[in-house]
Design a protein around this ligand. Sequence first.
Ligand code: FMN
Length: 242
Amino acid sequence: MQKPDYLKAIENRTSRRAYTKEPIEAEKIAYLQEIIRTINTESGLSITWLEDGSRAFTALKSYGMFKNVGSVLVLKGPRSVSDLSERIGYYGELLVLEATALDLGTCWIAGTYDKNSNLFSLGVDEVLVSIISVGNIPAEQTLKEKLISRIVSRKTLALKEFYTAEGEIPQWFLEGIKAVQKAPSAVNSQRVRFWYTKEGITATVPGTWATDPIDMGIAKVHFALATGGRFAFGGQGEFEKG
Ligand SMILES: Cc1cc2nc3c(=O)[nH]c(=O)nc-3n(C[C@H](O)[C@H](O)[C@H](O)COP(=O)(O)O)c2cc1C
């Protein structure tokens, strides 16, 4: 499988909440399912592709924020997996970028859907962390989408708000932070911070919101894709440049 241009996908991605009724092409679904299989093997997660998740989006359950939701990625995994929510953030965002590269619209949804719907049947020890809607989208955001993004988002922080550095930072570190600035986060809270010291690079998040570790996984994968390297999971997890 050829890897997509992740940087372009990072650049182009924005949360989309209104979909067209046009079904997703079979080849695109097959491609995403193949990636899901690879991710599950690598990560220990049990992410699934749900063809029709629309029942979890009745107006009452989704506060009428979404339109024509069809397929969703169900992001779940065994309770025993270490740093479960952070892993979900990391691999879920990788899937978001893959879908973006296929010209599909996506939105992370951890709150505004019916989590208790029997659509999401879980194994005994499985935890449902979040879902991601995926579908064909109108080229331009609808007026309602624009309004909702304004309501749920706060201003994007300046680059320097995302990190603390000991001494001079190399340009590649800054490129990583630029990719972090473009990452989605719950209510655009942008709570993940990066630390650059002589000992290495780490990332932290307050941890007081259930979505914090998900946001940390998302920020780490953006940083890793833009700089070429790998981040270990967890608050102490260090970045290793490739
Ligand atoms: C972990 C997580 C959970 C989210 N949950 C929801 C949600 O429940 N409902 C929703 O409409 N948007 C949700 N979002 C989307 C954010 O509001 C959105 O990413 C943020 O406002 C930044 O906008 P952007 O993605 O267009 O850059 C979530 C995003 C993340 C990362």
